[in-house]
Design a protein around this ligand. Structure first.
Ligand code: SF4
Length: 334
């Protein structure tokens, strides 16, 4: 099937993925492969900007790649690789930084947020974070970048930076990426309050065992007004119901919707039903994950192969970029 162009997306190596990662990104990554040539990058360099220590970086990269593959990312079609394995990205980052006003970077709300979050570590990499992100996208000449609405300003920054580069050097070598605004659902954690996140410890890992998953589901916060079993509930404010809508059948969703409101079903039974459906949905993923995990070298091999393919595209782009910038050309001498 003819693909519509190239998609790029990157994600920081956060280790084992959770339901929020799956519904918010991975599921979409898998689906996009049918329509686009996809380049999926584990952005370890970006991760360094906020890291206290790098001791888990390799393990987190491996676990994340393992989950991506188990979820259905097809490395024979898509390029899956580690950002730092393509050194051209740092070169393009440097060249793009020359056309990026410093004030524009320090004014970005995301930079200000980071300064608030880690005042002890306002490093240079943090300031240049969006430039590195632009380099990632531009290096692979990705025409399309899937973003949630909240990430749209980042992509707008990338588009402006590409335009600025092309204008400054009177070239069309870099492609202005288009946004593919995707409805990324905001997945709440088991606390029912905040976005599901590892750092908040309110997450359910995709690779958790069925028993672990059920145990976590049973702790999920439900409609806070429903205190006794006989109290009617309101599924519209309940995170368990939101999850039913994703993982349960239409009949079950309808049943919960009706029975919760008239106290016909209790929260314990409702959660048990959700846990069962969730475990059933995750069964194929877990089986694939267990198989792939028997061969860690295969996972590293996929990442190596992806980096090799990515470097070919990256070097082609950089040869055009160096020429456009007017850098003296160099040759490799024996
Ligand atoms: S019955 Fe289900 S939907 Fe209703 S409040 Fe309890 S857990 Fe939520």
């Amino acid at each position: 099937m003819t693909k519509q162009g190239r998609v790029f997306s990157g994600a920081r190596p956060t280790g084992r993925q959770h339901l929020g990662n799956y519904l918010g990104a991975i599921k979409n990554y898998v689906a996009l492969q049918d329509e686009y040539d996809c380049v999926y990058c584990i952005v370890d360099l970006h991760a360094l900007t906020t890291m206290e220590t790098t001791e888990d970086l390799r393990a987190n990269t491996y676990e994340m790649a393992l989950d991506w593959l188990a979820a259905g990312i097809r490395p024979e079609e898509s390029i899956v690789f580690i950002q730092s394995h393509v050194p051209q990205v740092t070169e393009l980052h440097m060249l793009l930084s020359m056309v990026t006003p410093l004030g524009k970077l320090t004014d970005l709300p995301t930079f200000k947020d980071k300064v608030r979050q880690q005042p002890h570590n306002v490093n240079y990499g943090l300031v240049g974070y969006p430039v590195l992100m632009t380099a990632d996208i531009a290096l692979y000449k990705a025409g399309v970048v899937p973003v949630g609405l909240d990430q749209a300003p980042h992509l707008e920054f990338a588009r402006e930076t590409v335009r600025s580069f092309n204008y400054h050097f009177n070239t069309h070598v870099l492609i202005e990426p288009q946004m593919k605004v995707t409805e990324f659902p905001k997945v709440l954690g088991i606390d029912g309050q905040q976005k599901m996140s590892k750092s908040l410890n309110n997450h359910i890992e995709l690779a958790a065992t069925p028993a672990e998953t059920q145990k976590l589901v049973m702790t999920m916060v439900t409609d806070p007004q429903r205190i006794r079993r006989t109290d009617p509930g309101n599924p519209d404010v309940c995170n368990v119901f939101s999850m039913h809508k994703v993982f349960s059948s239409l009949d079950e969703v309808e049943m919960v919707n009706i029975e919760c409101r008239r106290a016909g079903i209790g929260c314990v039974d409702c959660k048990k039903l959700f846990a069962r459906n969730l475990n059933t949905s995750l069964e194929p993923f877990r089986e694939r994950r267990a198989t792939i995990a028997q061969d860690p070298q295969m996972v590293w091999g996929v990442l190596d192969d992806g980096a090799h393919r990515a470097r070919i595209i990256a070097e082609e782009t950089m040869q055009e970029v160096r020429k456009a910038v007017g850098l003296p050309m160099w040759s490799v001498r024996p």
